[in-house]
Design a protein around this ligand. Sequence first.
Ligand SMILES: *Cc1c(COP(=O)(O)O)cnc(C)c1O
Length: 497
Amino acid sequence: MYYTSTRDKSIRISSAEAITRGISAEGGLFVPTEIPQITLDDIKRIGTLPYTGRAKEILKLYLTDFTEDELNYCVEGAYKKTSFSSEKIAPLYKISDKESILELWRGPTCAFKDMALQLLPYLLSVSASKTLKDTKIVILVATSGDTGKAALEGFKDVENTQILVFYPVDGVSPMQKLQMTTQEGNNVSVCAIKGNFDDAQSGVKSIFTNSEIKKKFAENHLAFSSANSINWGRLVPQIVYYVSAYCDMVENGSLNLGEEMNVVVPTGNFGNILAAYYAKRMGVPIGKLICASNSNNVLTDFLKTGTYDKNRNFYCTASPSMDILISSNLERLLFHLSGENDAEVREYMKSLADSGKYTVEQKLFEKIKELFRAGYCDDALTKATIKENFDKYHYLCDTHTAVAVRVYEDYVGESGDNTPTVIASTANPYKFSASVLSALTSNIKSTDEFSMVDELHALTGAPVPPQLATLKDKKVRFSDVTTKDDMANVVFKMLNI
Ligand SMILES: *Cc1c(COP(=O)(O)O)cnc(C)c1O
């Protein structure tokens, strides 16, 4: 199995290369040159395995340059029973005859990023050992909140890696800040930046591209890498849970083997829903792929009209992890559906960079319309859905998941499509306690995030994840604040170089 770039089809590299490089030099994203196939018999057999077994079966089809021992080491390290709150890792919760919720937030940071970021560090360290001998991987992350924590938890104590997270000093919530500053592990550091997220991000980028720093790194057997969401090593773990969800839908009696299920995904960067597309292409009986957005509905418009146009208002919503106007992973879909036409993809991406928009060819658009459905909902409807869902099923969902539930209900209303459906749930409700609480009551007594957690628990009885409940008593390990210009020195200090 080889990987190529969405913007240069002549490239042919191994999965280890694709994962270590992260992004292709000309700006394209790495994609597999063929999609491996599985049969219903394979699905039946995979369904008898625990999640780690399912993961190995799928990953070995994509990461053909990894040995069985290497895959075992990666998967068993990532999906430990001690770091997930469900033995099933990504359990299904059947809320009605036709609807099951796929809980992707059972990991250490209570958000779906864990599904990929628990595995990526292992994939990266094994990949690096194949492609860069005797080199330690240094991960730099600029975060606006959730990704930083998920990356810290993932890389913590993984051999041959070191991670440093920068966050804007006044740009994250008190809960997010404590999640990061109390991080445990021997290879982790966290530092605040005086400035906003863009300052942190551009600071990290200028370190990545500084040739002096690169030289200093090489001399010390160090190499930079990124935990960015366009890395193939973050996408491939996500394919696994769609295969696993199908197995569980058969097991819980929602489907007979071979019957189709629809999938609904609350979408931002288009990574999660793209993973469902790959699962469908592999042979998993998936019907419609339903893309749910919040008020930043650039994808809804694109999937309905064929025109992607980011020239529009940007809204800060109650589902902040979906507040995105450029969905990077869409580029991979365009490559596959255009018949792997790299020239066509280059044109779209150039147009996006130049004018903020592009319109896809009719033939490509027809394929998109066949596969995808799309919808969006605003904050008021999101909150109303949280309340309705809780009243009706006594199931508490977070704001991102509620967007998906709402879009699904609208879809069923319009289409009458009664296909059994899996709705991806991307965060634990306590991660967004203020919004979730305000969805249920207008009479909030708490004034800070931590007492809101208690108040939400008193109101709903939904279990509070221990890692959030105990956060306020944990020891703060990292309290440094630096300026953008001094970020490189913070990196040197951490590495003792
Ligand atoms: C990242 C994230 C999303 C969006 O996922 P994409 O793969 O970027 O589409 C949705 N919900 C939550 C809670 C997230 O953290």
